[in-house]
Ligand binder design. Structure first.
Ligand code: ZN
Length: 283
């Protein structure tokens, strides 16, 4: 879903006065407040102030602007009720229902809300932190420790062998649902090392030609997915049973149920299918 707003421009220092409608990305836990339309689409509130909805947050952060319109993230108190005609919804379920630009800012907002809530006190000395100026950070006035919004880089890799790709079903995935190999980058590792290690650990294979394909913020709660393709080099599939229930090679005509278009995993699979002259139906 596309929109006709000017592009979002991130910023840290808030406007001096609330003299025009602003976009309010309001969270209760990990759910965001939206108004739902009859056609299934949803939208976040655009109002001069949050009090126009009868709400006050426990914390707010200025995010940036769509054109002249400011954008704010807000965390509501536990137990807060949605105003009439609105509802709290999980971000995953809003993909394709919120306009793409609002969805992207909602993902950013959810990460900033979580970081702001989780860094009220210094992790080193325990004193209350303060919002820094001119950068997105909380700083400890006592010891000087600075906490930036946390990002956890994770690799995800589509492995090709002749005309097939490796797909794997995680423990806890629904019966027919398969994804591709992914995992968090460890301290001290390059992205390429993380790709080779995860593949070795999860399916016992060696790979070659590890190539970067793109990345995606993944706000569940604060990952950055970094997508790669690779070629099978050697080995037989041996699944890591603590992580995976099943894994195998699949051709374009016999794919299992694949990830939704929300994920970079799906983009990697779609690009591979397109190289084989296929367009895959929505999951
Ligand atoms: Zn401190």
């Amino acid at each position: 879903m596309t929109a006709t707003r000017p592009p979002f421009v991130p910023a840290v220092d808030p406007p001096a006065a609330a003299d025009q409608p602003a976009w309010w990305f309001v969270f209760h836990g990990t759910d965001i407040l939206v108004a739902e339309n009859d056609d299934g689409t949803a939208v976040v509130s655009c109002l001069p102030d949050l009090t126009d909805l009868g709400l006050t947050g426990v914390r707010r952060q200025f995010l940036g602007r769509f054109g002249a319109a400011p954008c704010w993230s807000v965390e509501l108190a536990v137990g807060a009720a949605a105003p009439p005609g609105m509802a709290f919804q999980g971000l995953r379920g809003l993909y394709g229902r919120l306009a793409d630009d609002l969805y992207a800012v909602a993902g950013r907002a959810s990460q900033i809300v979580a970081w702001d809530r989780d860094h009220q006190f210094c992790g080193r000395c325990g004193n209350p932190t303060e919002i820094a100026s001119a950068e997105r950070a909380r700083r400890c006035p006592s010891c000087g420790l600075t906490a930036f919004p946390r990002l956890s880089p994770a690799i995800i890799v589509l492995i090709e062998k002749c005309d097939q790709i490796l797909m794997a079903r995680g423990r806890g995935f629904p019966e027919r649902f398969f994804g591709i190999i992914a995992g968090f980058v460890e301290a001290g590792e390059t992205l390429e090392e993380a790709v080779r290690r995860e593949v070795r650990e999860e399916v016992g294979l060696e790979i070659a030609d590890v190539r970067y394909q793109g990345s995606q913020p993944w706000p569940f709660p604060h990952a950055l997915m970094i997508g790669f393709t690779a070629r099978y080099a050697s080995g037989e599939i041996q699944i890591q049973e603590s992580e995976l229930a099943d894994a195998g090679w699949f051709g374009v005509d016999d794919l299992p149920r694949i990830p939704s278009k929300l994920s970079i995993a799906r983009r990697l699979v779609d690009a591979w299918a397109a190289r084989h002259g296929r367009t895959l139906a929505d999951a």
